[in-house]
Ligand binder design. Structure first.
Ligand code: EPU
Length: 310
């Protein structure tokens, strides 16, 4: 019996049916691509997540972890992921309006849901989140942003579980070393909840701002199977502009194609593989660096690919 089999056995003893083998990751990513995740556990409460951490403690360094949120920034290889996927649901998917100054949202809550619920309650400050695909957990970890703001600017406090020992910490936003699309959180620290700052405003005005952003997205970003922005914007420039300038709109590898509407969006058409998307990313990086000298950095989280294949 290998260590993953033993881990799954131990998790099943503690958490029963919420543990499964060979989870089809394509059901959990906006790309709808990728091979199986060897083992997965659905977790709905802090105490169950602490149980997972305790069980994992018996397998130090042997089982890689993948926290599965909205899967809107995730590309898993066609060969899959040989570790444990953790799917947060239940209490992690709840929004609580704590006061007219703070909205608390669980890690699994989609950003547009936080935006709309806050606006409907006459609370302003979070409207920009309606334009960002993703969930609170991933957004905090990578300081997601758009429309002139980023999550660190509205974050009061984040609640995190350390997966080494199940301990919980509450960090003030100032302690997370936020920068453009980055924080100091490690992969062993799972974001559980974020407390976000809001202000009172007229509901109608909040809704108007939401509608404007939704309309801007419809006009400027494509629908279909994609993962939002593929590359981070380099300092002072835009990845979309650079890819466009390199003449790459419409470039295709297999079923993966550079969007004609926004060059930093890569669409997966019917029959696409994760490998197609990955190779298209590599081609873009190479061509943009040849044309403009800028080496683009991935915003998309790629999992299970061999880094030497770049
Ligand atoms: N541009 C082009 N050609 C293109 C695309 C864009 O020339 O094909 C130019 C635009 O004309 C504009 C500039 O590039 O002058 C910037 O483009 P855009 O306004 O679309 O913003 P972005 O920097 O590409 C960022 C976020 C998006 C967010 C928008 C809205 C990053 C990497 N992306 O996009 O976030 O929705 O701003 O403010 O910061 C995401 O992170 O997944 C995401 C969708």
């Amino acid at each position: 019996m290998n260590s993953l089999d033993r881990l799954v056995g131990n998790l099943q003893e503690q958490l029963g049916d919420s543990v499964s083998r060979d989870l089809s990751i394509s059901d959990f990513t906006t790309y709808r691509l990728g091979g199986p995740v060897a083992a997965a556990v659905r977790v709905g409460s802090e105490s169950d997540l602490a149980t997972v951490a305790r069980v994992l403690n018996d397998y130090p360094d042997t089982v890689p972890l993948l926290i599965i949120g909205r899967g809107s920034n995730l590309l898993v290889a066609d060969s899959g992921f040989a570790g444990l996927g953790i799917i947060l649901e239940g209490e992690f998917a709840e929004v609580v309006i704590e006061s007219d100054q703070i909205v608390a949202a669980g890690a699994a809550v989609p950003l547009p849901v936080v935006a709309r619920q806050s606006a409907a309650a006459g609370l302003t400050g979070l409207e920009f989140l309606v334009g960002i695909p993703g969930s609170i957990g991933g957004a905090v970890r990578m300081n997601a942003g758009g429309h002139g703001s980023e999550i660190s600017t509205v974050l009061e406090q984040v609640r995190v579980m350390n997966m080494f020992d199940g301990s919980i910490s509450n960090f003030a936003a100032d302690n997370l070393n936020f920068s453009y699309r980055a924080s100091r959180l490690t992969t062993d620290e799972v974001v559980i909840q974020a407390r976000l700052r809001v202000r009172v405003d007229v509901v109608e005005k909040c809704r108007e701002r939401i509608d404007e952003i939704v309309q801007w997205r419809r006009e400027n970003q494509p629908g279909g199977a994609n993962a939002g922005s593929t590359f981070k914007n380099p300092p002072g420039d835009s990845a979309g502009r650079l890819i466009d300038e390199a003449g790459l709109k419409g470039t295709r590898i297999g079923g993966a194609v550079v969007s004609e509407k926004h060059a930093n969006f890569l669409q997966a058409e019917d029959g696409a593989t994760a490998r197609d998307v990955y190779e298209l990313m590599n081609l873009i990086r190479k061509r943009v660096s040849e044309v403009s000298g800028v080496v683009l950095e991935s915003e998309l989280h790629t999992v299970g690919f061999d880094a030497t294949e770049k």
